[in-house]
Design a protein around this ligand. Structure first.
Ligand SMILES: *[C@@H]1O[C@H](CO)[C@@H](O)[C@H](O)[C@H]1NC(C)=O
Ligand SMILES: *[C@@H]1O[C@H](CO)[C@@H](O)[C@H](O)[C@H]1NC(C)=O
Ligand SMILES: *[C@@H]1O[C@H](CO)[C@@H](O)[C@H](O)[C@H]1NC(C)=O
Length: 285
């Protein structure tokens, strides 16, 4: 008797949860915004290497450029939806025409198991939720091509460098030219007109710039990212008169590391030269 009623309780709960799940039977996945996430390969690699003794990174030929992480549909104030169609698997054949572009610009930095695992993850988790709703990305080829297109239009490499924010030499011992959170936020906001999300990872007690996110509506028009929730604790902080959506420590400057000498002991000659140039600049300005 008890077994039977428990069975009914479980079945009823499962059916109930099914109805409030992200995919309504026969309907489209429900979401509000698309988050376009770019990531800084050097910090991604540091993060990955710090998480396992055997973790190694695959860097593309251009490690000092921002790469695509993904295009993620999201509801406001919550995460997801995700994995909206479990029978629509990633198929490498579909992206074959742009594979070399993806390798360079949507790089699978964290080498793990199967080849294509990164793209498969992005498609299976996020693409399958975006595709049924937005025609511009309703196939695997279109979804990945759109990521490349957004990167070429709104690359953080360009947006930051045109505001004078460039990656700089760093090592365990030396940090030069770290930037403030407000500088980075303002550079993006001035160019794109909307509030981004700025994500950091902490190493050696410092904030390293990790990911930058901007948000779009279903027509790929910019929207503020306010109300977006991600796995890192994003909060809205107030700094130098701006509102900033971030998980970075606000009182801390942000390290934006260059790949040269990364993780290796610094070449003292260059350090001295750099200090000398900095001193000259300070002296002559
Ligand atoms: C790391 O690699 C070594 C050598 O291949 C192996 O013995 C060890 O079990 C690996 N450790 C982990 C955590 O995978
Ligand atoms: C899931 O994807 C498959 C393959 O593209 C498609 O045939 C099917 O209609 C999709 N299911 C839903 C519920 O959208
Ligand atoms: C792929 O790269 C080639 C060569 O750089 C370029 O001509 C082409 O436009 C790129 N395609 C996409 C979709 O980015």
């Amino acid at each position: 008797m008890l077994k039977i009623s428990l069975f009914y309780v479980v079945v009823t709960v499962c059916i109930g949860l099914g109805y409030v799940g992200p995919v309504l039977a026969g309907g489209e996945p429900q979401w509000d915004l698309l988050i376009f996430t770019q990531r800084w390969p050097i910090t991604v690699c540091l993060d990955w290497e710090s998480k396992g003794p055997n973790h190694t990174c695959a860097m593309s030929d251009k490690p000092d450029e921002w790469k695509v992480h993904g295009i993620w549909p999201t509801r406001l104030h919550t995460m997801g939806p995700a994995f909206c169609n479990k029978t629509w698997h990633f198929d490498p054949e579909e992206v074959r025409p742009i594979e070399s572009n993806l390798t360079e610009k949507w790089t699978n930095i964290e080498i793990e198991g199967a080849s294509y695992s990164f793209w498969a993850h992005e498609w299976n988790k996020h693409g399958t939720c975006a595709a049924p709703v937005v025609e511009a990305i309703n196939t695997q080829l279109k979804y990945f091509t759109q990521g490349l297109k957004l990167l070429s239009m709104y690359s953080m490499t360009d947006i930051l460098s045109s505001a004078g924010i460039i990656p700089t030499y760093t090592s365990y011992y030396y940090y030069y030219n770290s930037y403030s959170l407000a500088d980075i936020n303002r550079a993006i906001k001035q160019r794109l007109g909307v509030n981004p999300v700025i994500e950091c990872r902490e190493f050696h007690g410092k904030n390293y710039l990790f990911e930058l996110r901007v948000c779009f509506n279903k027509h790929f028009e910019f929207e503020n990212c306010d109300g977006v929730v991600t796995s890192d604790d994003i909060s809205k902080i107030f700094l130098e008169g701006d509102q900033i959506l971030t998980n970075c420590q606000p009182d801390n400057y942000i390290v934006y590391p260059l790949s040269d000498n990364f993780g290796k002991p610094p070449n003292m000659l260059y350090v001295q030269l750099y200090k000398f140039i900095e001193w000259l600049q300070w002296f002559t300005l």
